[in-house]
Design a protein around this ligand. Structure first.
Ligand SMILES: CC(C)(COP(=O)(O)OP(=O)(O)OC[C@H]1O[C@@H](n2cnc3c(N)ncnc32)[C@H](O)[C@@H]1OP(=O)(O)O)[C@@H](O)C(=O)NCCC(=O)NCCS
Length: 332
């Protein structure tokens, strides 16, 4: 098999039309715009309609990423969807996305590693392109966390939103994947989990549903501490492996979970805040979609120059974490 380089040839994102603002949440819960803004940086998030499954918003993002690469769906030879909110437990949402895009026979599968989904997916997809097995992979982070949230729990209801972001990874002569650090520690899954959603524990009952026991459970303070520590460690390791100093990073595109987490990590890494992309005020935490949405928006603003080093960094349920140092390359 040939070894080749890999680049991002196209990016796009799509979010549902409906917006849930902090003012809306004030009417639903014992909370305030002031509390949410100062503790998280969030102002609004998008919420999918009931007839708008994850595959639908994934297709929206995919079409835009393909258009930005000047490609048709048929030009793609693999589809990966990173999600914890698939249309069904099976078949994989990626298979449904392929069908909706009108491409049959193309391999397609989902990846589930919660909010770290795009970082892991980028590493897997880029590695698959580098081996020469695939020429163009459509990687989509698509999530509808609104389906998993208990809107009576103010500790989690304010945090999450729906959306999708996609990239087309393409074989090329030069290599964009400079350095990677991935990690996971499953010894305390209850820090951030969706209980009663799989084969562990008792079968879900009507009483469980009535008591909303099958909604997101989280130890916010514990996850906050973990997130800051792992964002710093993963960034340092990925940059070290890439041979890149923090001062040489043009853009940090972090998982958008909490503005205070992002700022605390950036400060400790001595990366100026103007180089750190934050769009959390408009989307909340969209899990595996947050990084590709931020990437897509920043690309659309024309901010990337050829050769820029981008740093993707995130964390999430597992607990899991990761960082990827990536060179922005337009030449194929
Ligand atoms: C959830 C999070 C915003 C809470 O912020 P915090 O500063 O840690 O707040 P605490 O949990 O310590 O709660 C402080 C107080 O605010 C209250 N509170 C919690 N949510 C509230 C809300 N939406 N509105 C008003 N008050 C709220 C708490 O009940 C608590 O009150 P008390 O002191 O009377 O007990 C923060 O912990 C966080 O972002 N953690 C990481 C979560 C995350 O990123 N998850 C996804 C990972 S991919």
């Amino acid at each position: 098999m040939n070894q080749t380089g890999v680049r991002i040839a196209g990016v796009g994102h799509h979010v549902p039309a409906k917006v849930l603002t902090n003012a809306d949440l004030e009417r639903m819960l014992d909370t305030s715009d002031e509390w949410i803004t100062t503790r998280t940086g969030m102002k609004e998030r998008h919420i999918a309609a009931l007839d708008e499954p994850t595959s639908e918003i994934a297709v929206g993002a995919a079409r835009k990423a393909l258009a930005s690469a000047g490609l048709e769906p048929k030009d793609v030879d693999c589809i990966i969807v990173a999600t914890v909110t698939p249309d069904y437990a099976f078949p994989a949402t990626a298979c449904i996305v392929g069908a909706k895009l009108g491409i049959q026979g193309v391999p397609a599968f989902d990846m589930e590693i919660a909010c770290s989904g795009f970082i892991y997916g980028l590493t897997v997809a880029a590695s698959m392109v580098r081996t020469g097995v695939f020429k163009r992979i459509l990687l989509i982070g698509a999530e509808e966390l609104s389906r998993l949230v208990n809107y009576e729990d103010r500790g989690t209801a304010i945090l999450f939103g729906d959306g999708a972001g996609a990239v087309v990874l393409e074989a090329c002569a030069t290599d964009s994947l400079l350095g990677v650090e991935l990690g996971a520690d499953g010894s305390n899954p209850e820090d951030l989990m969706l209980p009663l959603s799989g084969t562990a524990g008792p079968a879900l009952t009507g009483a469980d549903i009535a008591a909303k026991r099958n909604t997101i459970k989280m130890d916010g303070r514990e996850v906050f501490r973990f997130a800051v520590t792992k964002m710093i460690e993963a960034t340092e390791t990925a940059l070290d492996r890439a041979g890149v100093k923090p001062t040489e990073v043009a853009w940090v595109i972090p998982h958008q979970a909490n503005k205070r987490i992002i700022e605390a990590a950036a400060t400790r890494l001595a990366i100026p805040t103007e180089r750190v992309i934050v769009n959390i005020h408009r989307y909340g935490n969209t899990s595996a979609a947050s990084i590709p949405i931020a990437l897509s928006e920043t690309y659309a603003e024309g901010k990337f120059k050829d050769g820029d080093v981008l740093l993707f960094v995130g964390f999430g349920g597992g607990l899991s974490w990761g960082a990827v140092a990536w060179r922005w390359t337009t030449a194929n």
